[in-house]
Design a protein around this ligand. Structure first.
Ligand code: PMP
Length: 352
């Protein structure tokens, strides 16, 4: 081994879902199948490329203001970043510096472990119960911070806001991050607790309900003090995180509330219909409140089914094969046509 090896920060990276170039039915990374609000395309078409010779506004002020107005908070309460991955990674760096372990569920967004390892943060995973539900009492103990998604991923299960609040209330000495990447498809957001709890940070994204995964916009909302700490860390890392195009498109997307709400309704309707259809084919689906369905089938090996979907039907879903979820696939809710194609293939598969 070379001498320099011992001083290299080695990490086991997060493995994102495949992004194939060829035409496939892509139900593997929880993107939205519908285009962003029409105003976004308009902004792109009218954008003056000359503007790109300058750096963007490092505060992304217009986007911060649009979000502050939308959520009825002050601009000092909003932090924006390059997707919620960027925001979450900044949160880990900024808020999780204790010698006590950070807590998160064992079955959850697999990036949490990766950031904890990258930043050398101790962590412990709290097992979700046999129905894959987060057990709130597991978080009522000494720790160095807490993070969980609501709804959780990849299960899609939503934790009622009163239970989220209990977790926050039991942990006033540490920072609690609620990752609400999928909240728009589910129940109440923890945003309404921001004023009440000074240890709470809510993180959301434009990648799912706003159909803008490719533009990379995420944000955190909290109290001005915690947002200030986040900004201090960001300016110590990379001041120009948001591109000019992302700022302009993000502002435009936030303006169109009607389009946003209609899009969410469509996805929820398709989700509920697809759950029933999968049930008809013998699948067991968790009661997801996100834009994906976590499913298993008692009679078929799920890994083989995942491979058949991919190789025979060019339908990509997500499979991990990791402990406790070896027999589950996660299916992103696509358009009705895409789901019809999936169900058509699975109907044939389960009759074989
Ligand atoms: N949190 C959760 C729970 C997710 O599933 C994802 C999507 N992979 C993200 C955060 C990050 O999404 P983005 O960076 O696109 O905002």
């Amino acid at each position: 081994m070379k001498a320099f090896e011992k001083n290299i920060r080695k990490v086991e990276p997060y493995v994102p879902g495949e992004q194939p170039w060829q035409t496939v039915i892509k139900l593997n990374t929880n993107e939205n199948p519908y285009p962003p609000a029409p105003g976004v395309a308009q902004v792109l078409h009218t954008m003056d490329a000359d503007r790109f010779k300058l750096y963007p506004d490092p505060t992304a002020g217009e986007l911060v203001k649009a979000l502050a107005d939308y959520y009825d908070v002050s601009e000092e309460q909003v932090f924006v970043g390059v997707g919620s991955d960027d925001v979450l990674s900044m949160c880990f760096l900024t808020f999780f510096n204790s010698e006590k372990p950070v807590l998160f569920p064992d079955i959850t967004y697999s990036f949490y472990k990766v950031w904890a390892n990258l930043y050398r943060i101790p962590y412990e995973c709290c097992p979700v119960d046999e129905n894959f539900r987060i057990v709130k009492e597991d978080y009522f103990r000494e720790n160095g911070g807490i993070i969980f998604p609501n709804p959780n991923a990849p299960t899609g299960l939503y934790l009622e806001l009163c239970e989220v609040e209990e977790i926050i209330a039991h942990n006033r000495d540490v920072i609690v991050i609620v990752d609400e990447a999928y909240i728009d498809f589910a129940g109440k957001s923890a945003l309404e607790l921001i004023e009440k709890y000074d240890n709470l940070i809510v993180v959301q994204t434009f990648s799912k309900a706003r159909s803008m995964a490719g533009m990379r916009i995420g944000y955190a909302i909290s109290n001005p003090l915690l947002i200030q700490y986040l900004n201090d860390a960001k300016y110590s890392f990379n001041s120009y995180t948001m591109s000019q195009a992302a700022i302009a498109c993000g502002v435009e997307a936030v303006k169109d509330k009607e389009y946003f709400e209609n899009g969410i309704r469509k996805i929820i309707n398709t989700r509920e219909w697809a759950k029933k259809e999968l049930g008809r084919l013998g699948f067991t689906c968790l009661d997801s409140e996100a834009n994906f369905i976590f499913a298993t089938h008692p009679k078929y090996d799920i890994k083989k089914m995942y491979e058949a979907l991919k190789n025979e039907a060019k339908i990509y879903v997500r499979y991990w094969g990791s402990e406790r979820i070896e027999q589950y696939i996660r299916i992103t809710v696509g358009t009705k046509d895409e789901m019809d194609a999936l169900l058509g293939f699975l109907e044939g598969y389960t009759q074989k």
